[in-house]
Design a protein around this ligand. Structure first.
Ligand code: NAD
Length: 305
């Protein structure tokens, strides 16, 4: 799955001649995906490197000597950080490996929705060859974008979005660099939602951000607004989103993530007002190389310092 395994091995070799790498991907096809699948591997491990498999309290309890859990990821919502911290185990992520990729995907989903590209393709596939079938289309340069969260990815989105949108408003109660962005209007969530034609969410999934967008927030949005989610599915109440899409309150959703990241049976897969991608916003050859390199470096620095 990872093309840069030799580079990763070379970095991990800095740990010394006795380093033993137990590669779950050789044992479990596609690699471990669940906490339970990790259990047989973690007892004697000094470090655990994981991308898809969560590390819950049960896995952490089974670790006898682990010093670092290195996550091939930006968001660390799959790791029980509190349980790790109680056992003095460091948790490492890679916060900057795919800023360009995710911001490009977010912009692509916004433009796809506004320019009705997937909608038009779907109508053509249904035999609808009349170009007026997809009217009306709003001029992108007349629209307002709302960014929820203004961290690394959202600031990258902003740098690109400036070229397309009339105005950008931001909701991020923890961001304190407003002085660097005098042209941006920082608002409450309700104000930002009510002014936006496009809403793009870029916050981490935590206990307090789970379901950040629910029925009340959809009601505050403009009729026919576009929602883009390249962060985490569980940030949005999916039942409320489906209702909003079905009623037309939400005009379109561009989704790279779902709460359970299961794409086969979800109602969003074939919804006429949804463009769904399977958690690929992070992905490129360059980002994979950077992710693997930096995850291995995180292990080396945690074990050698
Ligand atoms: P970041 O930590 O740099 O920024 C997060 C921002 O959210 C911060 O500015 C923080 O103040 C803000 N925030 C936190 N709680 C908030 C709240 N309740 N309301 C509003 N703002 C809030 O993170 P980032 O690098 O921008 O990444 C954001 C998320 O994107 C990650 O946590 C991850 O889950 C997701 N992600 C997805 C992919 C993908 O492939 N789809 C790839 C990378 C990251």
């Amino acid at each position: 799955y990872y093309p840069n395994i030799d580079q990763e091995r070379r970095i991990l070799a800095q740990l010394g001649p006795d380093v033993e790498i137990v590669d779950c991907t050789q044992i479990i096809p596609g690699g471990a995906k669940t906490c339970e699948q990790l259990l047989p591997f973690v007892g004697d491990a000094d470090a655990l490197m994981t991308q898809f498999a969560g590390v819950d309290a049960q896995v952490i309890a089974a670790m006898r000597q682990c010093k670092v859990i290195a996550h091939y990821a930006v968001g660390v919502d799959l790791i029980d950080i509190e349980a790790a911290t109680r056992k003095n185990i460091k948790v490492a992520n890679v916060p900057d490996y795919c800023l360009d990729e995710v911001s490009n995907s977010a912009i692509a989903l916004m433009l796809d929705a506004l320019r009705k590209i997937t909608v038009a393709r779907d109508l053509l596939l249904k035999g609808e060859f009349n170009m007026d079938a997809i009217q009306p289309i709003k001029r992108v340069s007349d629209t307002t974008l709302c960014l929820i969260g203004f961290g690394n990815i959202a600031r990258n989105v902003y740098a690109k979005a400036k070229a397309f949108f009339a105005r950008v408003v931001v909701y991020d109660p923890y961001f304190n660099g407003q002085a660097d962005y005098p042209e941006i209007t920082f608002l409450t969530l309700e104000e930002a939602l009510s002014q936006a034609d496009v809403v793009s969410i870029h916050v981490p999934l935590t206990k307090s951000t789970k379901g950040l967008l629910g029925r009340a927030q959809f009601a505050q949005m403009k009729d026919g607004a576009v929602l883009v989610n390249t962060a985490r599915g569980a940030l949005i109440d999916e039942d409320a989103m489906l209702e909003a899409l079905d009623s037309g309150k939400l005009g379109y959703a561009g989704l790279d993530v779902l709460a359970d990241d299961e794409y086969e049976h979800t109602a969003f897969l074939r919804h006429p007002h949804v463009c769904l991608t399977p958690h690929i916003a992070w992905n490129s050859d360059g980002s994979r190389e950077e992710l693997q390199r930096k995850t291995a470096e995180n292990v080396v620095s945690a074990l050698l310092t």
